[in-house]
Design a protein around this ligand. Structure first.
Ligand code: EPU
Length: 334
């Protein structure tokens, strides 16, 4: 059935899908794929990390299977399996409410858990890989089910095997996480969390860290329900130490993160702000006024309009700082 994807992508882009199928169980997906034979599908989860620049001619599969199951438990840890269509933030709050530790720093990240392994979601010093046990995925070509463990996924910074060798080959149907029941290894190393806990006069705990993260994110990042966006539009660029030394001598106040002996990460938000784009608006396409790394749709921007703005930012940041910005969101037909 032809369907508008406007409510299915957090950028709120009104792109049409030629055909749209709702998937509510892994079995339904396996049956569909094994019966259909090879066919080109467009897989849609929460639509929170994509920019739609064109209509989708393939059949859209909206992955919306739900469920939470306890896989195993020891004195210290519980392993839970979540179906791919579970909303990520609901998963975080389910764990926080039960005092299961490990993903409290990842509160309020938009999207569904099925997409979390694809880019190894991360925030405030924690990444999915830190709690990841395995995921199951259906091979698109055959409908066969396969389990991927931590090593199989080849997680990196906003990266995994599902963005590389296996791009477009599998649909993730469930994700298992190992969470602490006691002696939580709380991660408060990220400065803003400590400051927020102190402001709230709270001791570090699973629930209090989630609260701190929710406060920080809501103060800086726009809520997609209010204003369309896909979180960070660009990755933070990792540059060679030689390039960094040149950059730093010209910009001694710029923040940076050490990556390795040979590489340094520079915050894209700082570069974009200092190229003069923070809070700027071009028609309905804009740059968020409190976090320049986030591009926003003020209403009826098309994907192309957002992409034009993104390219203009890339060009000006390159001219001003000699650093190339790479999109973090998936560009569809751009
Ligand atoms: N900054 C500016 N101007 C801005 C934005 C940021 O100068 O407009 C500076 C900040 O002052 C700070 C530095 O840049 O010194 C880093 O900013 P921030 O702490 O806000 O984090 P980020 O590097 O911009 C990353 C993730 C976010 C994640 C936060 C917190 C990426 C691409 N983004 O952003 O992830 O929430 O850290 O951990 O790695 C997302 O992926 O969608 C996302 C929101």
């Amino acid at each position: 059935m032809p369907t508008s994807l406007k409510t299915y992508n957090t950028f709120g882009i009104d792109a049409q899908a030629a055909d749209f199928i709702e998937i509510s169980s892994q079995q339904q997906l396996q049956d569909l794929l094994s019966e259909d034979g090879p066919k080109d599908y467009f897989v849609l989860g929460g639509g929170s990390n994509m920019l739609l620049c064109a209509a989708i001619e393939q059949t859209v599969l909206h992955i919306n299977n739900k469920g939470i199951r306890e896989v195993s438990r020891t004195e210290d840890y519980i392993t839970l399996e979540f179906q791919a269509g579970e909303n990520w933030h609901d998963v975080v709050m389910y764990c926080v409410d039960n005092n299961y530790g490990g993903i409290e720093n990842l509160a309020l990240i938009p999207g569904k858990i099925g997409a979390a392994p694809i880019q190894n979601i991360g925030a405030y010093g924690v990444e999915l890989k830190d709690v990841f046990v395995s995921c199951t995925a259906v091979e698109i070509a055959t409908g066969n089910l396969k389990t991927f463990d931590l090593e199989d996924c080849q997680f990196g910074y906003r990266d995994s095997v599902f963005k590389n060798e296996l791009k477009g080959a599998y649909i993730i149907t469930s994700v298992s996480l190992k969470l602490s029941l006691d002696n939580h290894a709380l991660s408060t190393s990220y400065g803003a969390i400590n400051t927020e806990l102190e402001n709230l006069n709270l001791i570090p705990s699973v629930a209090n860290i989630a609260q701190a993260v929710i406060n920080i994110r809501s103060s800086k990042l726009p809520d997609p329900a209010q204003i369309g966006n896909s979180g960070s539009f660009f990755k933070n660029p990792v540059i060679s130490r030689a390039a960094f030394e040149v950059f730093q001598s010209n910009n001694p106040d710029a923040p940076f993160y050490e990556v390795s002996e040979t590489e340094v990460k520079v915050p894209a938000g700082w570069l974009i702000e200092h190229a003069g784009f923070k809070g700027k608006r071009f028609g309905d396409a804009g740059v968020h006024d409190r976090q320049a790394l986030v591009l926003v749709n003020h209403g009826n921007a098309t994907g192309q309009e957002i992409w034009s703005l993104a390219q203009r930012i890339q060009k000006e940041v390159l001219e001003k700082f000699g650093i190339a910005l790479q999109a973090e969101v998936n560009l569809i037909g751009c």
